[in-house]
Design a protein around this ligand. Structure first.
Ligand code: ZN
Length: 333
C-alpha cells in the first residue's frame, strides 16, 4: 500500500512558559485547549494541545512547554513556519485584533494567489494566517473569544527550510505520494491527495541559511494523517523497506504514531486519526483537567505536583466549569 497521508495531522512546537502558551493560543488566537497532558517521554513537563472544538485532525497544534528552555534558531533541516487558514474576508479583522492585543503583526503579503499575515508567538515561533476562499469548515469553538466566522480553520501548510531541495523533494514525491504543484522565488509547493489547504508542504531551498536548532519557538515535528491502524502499519513497512530509519508504532493515547526524519533532518510523524481526544474525557470537558495515559496514571499525584498550575480561559456557559469543586480552581491538581 503506497504511503499517501490524508494531509497534516498536527504540528508540535517547543514553548517555554506553559501559562503564556495557554494565554496566547487559547485567548489571543481563540483556539480550544483540547488536551492537557504531559510529555509521555518526559512526564514532568506538559504537553498541551489546541484545535477546533473537537480537536479534528488537521486543526491540532501541540506544544511541549519546557520552562526555562533557551530560544531555538530557525534554519535549515527544520519546519520554520506554521501556516493556518482563515476565511478570505478575515484578514483585516485579524490584523486589527492582533495589533490591539500587542502582537507585532506584519502587513499582508501576497504569495501564490493568497494573502497572509505573519507574526511571532511569545516564544518567537513564526505563524502565518493565510486567507483564502476555500478555508475548510471546522467545528467552531463556542467559548472562543474569536467569533465563529473569523476562527482559524486548521492548517494551511507547513514551510520547511532545506539546504538542498532534491533529497527532500524526492522523499515527499517518491515515498509519500506528494506532487510538486507550484514554484516561485525558491519556494516549492507540494500537495498530497486532493491538495489544497491542510494537504500541503512548502519547501524553501536555502543553501546559505544557518542550520536550525530545535528549542523554544521552533517546530519540533510535523505529523501527517493515517486513516487507521492497518494503513499505518502498511505504511510503516513501506517506509522501512526503503531503508528509512523509522520507529515502531508508538501509542500516543490519542493516536498511534511512527517517526522518521526526512533527508534534510526534519522530524516527521505519521499519526492515526483514531481514537482521538475523546478517548479519555467527554467532548464537553476536553482540556479542562490533566489527563494521563493509563501507564502514567499510577504516578498522577507525583506528576501533578511537579507541574506548574495553569489558569485556563473561562468557559462561562459550561456547567461543569462552574462547579466549586471542578477542575478550574484547582488547575491540574
Ligand atoms: Zn506529534
Amino acid at each position: 500500500m503506497p504511503v499517501q497521508p490524508l494531509g497534516i495531522h498536527h504540528v508540535t512546537a517547543v514553548a517555554s512558559d506553559p501559562q503564556r502558551n495557554v494565554d496566547f493560543y487559547a485567548t489571543t488566537l481563540g483556539m480550544r485547549l483540547v488536551k492537557q497532558t504531559v510529555n509521555f517521554d518526559a512526564p514532568d513537563t506538559y504537553h498541551l494541545y489546541y484545535g477546533d472544538a473537537q480537536g479534528t485532525p488537521g486543526s491540532v497544534l501541540t506544544f511541549f512547554p519546557w520552562p526555562g528552555v533557551p530560544r531555538g534558531r530557525r534554519g535549515t533541516g527544520q519546519a520554520t513556519v506554521m501556516s493556518v487558514s482563515i476565511p478570505q474576508g478575515s484578514l483585516g479583522w485579524w490584523r486589527e485584533r492582533l495589533s490591539r492585543l500587542g502582537v507585532d503583526v506584519s502587513d499582508p503579503v501576497s504569495r501564490m494567489d493568497e494573502e497572509a499575515l505573519s507574526f511571532h508567538d511569545p516564544d518567537g515561533l513564526v505563524i502565518e494566517l493565510v486567507a483564502h476562499a476555500d478555508a475548510p469548515q471546522i467545528a467552531p469553538w463556542e467559548h472562543s473569544p474569536v467569533p465563529p466566522e473569523h476562527q482559524v480553520r486548521g492548517f494551511h501548510s507547513v514551510t520547511m527550510s532545506e539546504r538542498s531541495l532534491d533529497p527532500t523533494a524526492e522523499l515527499f514525491t517518491d515515498m509519500m505520494g506528494f506532487g510538486l504543484v507550484d514554484e516561485a522565488e525558491g519556494r516549492y509547493r507540494f500537495d498530497v491527495g486532493e491538495g489544497g489547504p491542510g494537504r500541503r508542504v512548502d519547501v524553501l531551498a536555502e543553501p546559505d541559511a544557518p542550520q536550525g536548532l530545535v528549542a523554544a519557538g521552533t517546530i519540533h515535528h510535523v505529523a501527517f494523517r493515517a486513516p487507521d491502524d492497518d494503513t499505518e502499519a502498511a505504511w510503516r513497512e513501506q517506509i522501512a523497506g526503503r531503508g528509512v530509519d523509522v520507529t515502531p508504532i508508538i501509542d500516543r493515547n490519542y493516536f498511534h504514531s511512527i517517526y522518521f526524519r526526512e533527508p534534510g533532518g526534519v522530524l516527521l510523524e505519521i499519526a492515526t486519526d483514531p481514537p482521538g481526544f475523546t478517548v479519555d474525557e467527554p467532548l464537553l470537558e476536553l482540556g479542562r483537567s490533566l489527563r494521563l495515559p493509563p501507564w502514567l496514571e499510577p504516578r498522577r499525584e507525583q506528576i501533578a505536583a511537579a507541574l506548574p498550575e495553569l489558569k485556563l480561559p473561562d468557559e462561562p456557559d459550561d456547567p461543569y466549569a462552574r462547579r466549586e469543586d471542578g477542575p478550574r480552581g484547582g488547575g491540574v491538581a
